[in-house]
Design a binder for this molecule. Structure first.
Ligand code: FES
Length: 148
């Protein structure tokens, strides 16, 4: 049985009146006719979060511990090239991480783990690499995104 779009929408609206849906839930928005889930992947956190450049992280060697709007904790640091970021807690037992400017690596003073700046484990007891993020400058802000 074929029904017109108008009949379909009217039926949905009537159903929503019965079930108590809010107005946002009632009428279906027309999707693009060419929508193809294979060609348009769902947005993900990797698209990045925008934060103001921290005032205490402006010069090479500076670092900051930040919680992004999403709740993600990161260690951000600046070197001669630019900004970098990894997750803010050690993969061993969640100790706080710091950037070591002299060795250009990341360390955890809880049990001595060290990580390369790309997040790979340099020295145990940590066995799992840190997540690392791309950091790009957008005016007075930084965009921090998951590496793909
Ligand atoms: S918590 Fe970092 S080395 Fe153990």
């Amino acid at each position: 049985m074929d029904i017109s779009r108008r009949e379909f929408v009217a039926g949905l609206t009537a159903s929503c009146l019965l079930c108590g849906c809010t107005s946002e839930e009632k009428a279906p928005q027309s999707a693009p006719a060419t929508a193809d889930p294979q060609s348009s992947p769902a947005p993900k956190a990797a698209e990045g979060e925008l934060i103001a450049i921290p005032a205490d992280c402006l010069a090479p060697g500076d670092q900051a511990h930040l919680t992004l709007p999403s709740g993600l904790m990161i260690l951000l640091w600046k070197d001669q090239v630019g900004y970098h970021a990894v997750e803010g807690r050690c993969t061993h037992r969640r100790g706080e991480l710091n950037y070591d400017r002299e060795h250009n690596d990341i360390f955890c003073k809880e049990h001595g783990s060290r990580f390369f700046v790309d997040g790979a484990v340099e020295k145990p007891p940590a066995k799992v690499a840190l997540k690392s993020y791309t950091v790009s400058i957008e005016g007075e802000n930084l965009r921090i995104a998951e590496r793909s």
